[in-house]
Write a protein that binds this ligand. Structure first.
Ligand code: ATR
Length: 286
C-alpha cells in the first residue's frame, strides 16, 4: 500500500483499538479494489469524543467506524441517523458528507448477511438471544427485519433484557418479542422449541475460553442452530459443545466481516471484496 498526496482517510475510533482486525480487513479491501484509501486506528479516550469527531471533518476524513465504548456516545453529535442506528440506539459507522455527520449501524446487516451466508434463513424461526447489550440490540433488530417468528432475550440481568424488549417490541412482527432471566431453568423450559440460539454475551471470549453461556447440565438440541458472536477463539466452548451434540454452528467472524463490508460499501459506493476481507481477518487472528 502506498500513501500518496491524494489518499482518502477512514479509520476506527474506540478505546482501546489495538486488538481490532478492522485496519487489516479494510486496507486489504482497498488494495484489492485498487482504491487510494487508507484505514487507520484512532484511539480516542472517552473524554475526547467530541474533539475527535470535530477533528474528522477538519482533517477531511471520509468516514470512521466506531467501536466500544463510543457507539452510544457519538450519537448526539450526528446531524442525521439511519433508522437502524436510531432503533438499535448505537452508531458503528459514520459517513462525513459536506461537513455533515451521518450515523449508521451496520451490525444488524452484518449479522443478517452472515446468517444468509451460512445458509440460515431466519424467517419464521423461533430464536433465543443470550445477552441484552449493544450487540443483542443489533441482533434482535435484524431478526425482526428478517421476520423471525419469535425471539426471547435471556440475560443475566433480567431488567436489562426488559429495557431491550421495551425499546424494540414495536419493530417486531406480532409483538413476539419476550425476555427472561438467563438461568438453567429458563433454558430448560425452552429446550426443543428453538430453531436458533445466538450468544451475544462476552462469555467464552479469550482469555476466558473455558466459559460457556449455556448451562453445563442442559443438553444442546441437535436440531437447533447455535451462533456465537464471539470470534476469539474461532470455535468457543459454546460452539464446540453444539457441534459435539450434532447441531449446526456459526462462528462470529462472519458478522465482523459483513458489518465491515457494509461500512466499506457505504463509504466507497463499491461492492466489498468479502473473500479478501475474510482472509485478512484470518491472517490477523493467526
Ligand atoms: P456488547 O455491546 O458487546 O453487547 P455489553 O453492552 O457490555 O457489550 O453487553 C454484554 C452482555 O454480556 C450483557 O448482556 C451482559 O449481561 P448483563 O447485562 O447481566 O451484564 C453479558 N455478560 C457479560 N458477562 C457475563 C457473564 N459472566 N455471564 C452472563 N452474562 C454476561
Amino acid at each position: 500500500m502506498h500513501i500518496t498526496g491524494k489518499t482518502s482517510l477512514v479509520g476506527l475510533i474506540g478505546w482501546p483499538v489495538e486488538h481490532s482486525l478492522s485496519p487489516m480487513m479494510q486496507n486489504a479491501a482497498f488494495t484489492k479494489v485498487g482504491l487510494d484509501w487508507v484505514y487507520v486506528p484512532l484511539p480516542v479516550r472517552p473524554d475526547n469524543v467530541p474533539q475527535a469527531l470535530a477533528g474528522l471533518s477538519a482533517l477531511n476524513f471520509v468516514g470512521v467506524n466506531v467501536t466500544v465504548p463510543h457507539k452510544q456516545a457519538v450519537m448526539r453529535y450526528m446531524n442525521e441517523l439511519s433508522d437502524s442506528a436510531k432503533i438499535i440506539g448505537a452508531v458503528n459507522t459514520i459517513c462525513l458528507q459536506q461537513g455533515k455527520y451521518i450515523g449508521h449501524n451496520t451490525d444488524a446487516t452484518g449479522f443478517l448477511n452472515s446468517l444468509l451466508e451460512a445458509n440460515c434463513h431466519p424467517q419464521g424461526m423461533r430464536v433465543a438471544v443470550l445477552g441484552a447489550g449493544g450487540a443483542a440490540r443489533a441482533v434482535v433488530f435484524a431478526l425482526a427485519q428478517a421476520k423471525a417468528a419469535s425471539v426471547i432475550v435471556l440475560n443475566r440481568t433480567a431488567e436489562r433484557a426488559a429495557f431491550l424488549v421495551d425499546d424494540l417490541v414495536e419493530t417486531f412482527p406480532n409483538n413476539a418479542l419476550h425476555f427472561a432471566a438467563l438461568t438453567p431453568q429458563s433454558i430448560m423450559d425452552l429446550n426443543n422449541q428453538l430453531d436458533l440460539v445466538v450468544n451475544t454475551t462476552s462469555v467464552g471470549m479469550s482469555p476466558n475460553i473455558e466459559d460457556c453461556p449455556w448451562p453445563s447440565d442442559v443438553a444442546m438440541p441437535s436440531q437447533t442452530i447455535f451462533y456465537d458472536l464471539v470470534y476469539r477463539p474461532l470455535e468457543t466452548v459454546f460452539l464446540a459443545r453444539a457441534r459435539e451434540a450434532g447441531a449446526k454452528t456459526i462462528g462470529g467472524l462472519g458478522m465482523l466481516i459483513h458489518q465491515g463490508a457494509a461500512a466499506f460499501e457505504r463509504w466507497t459506493g463499491q461492492a466489498a471484496p468479502i473473500a479478501v476481507m475474510r482472509q485478512a481477518c484470518m491472517d490477523g487472528l493467526g
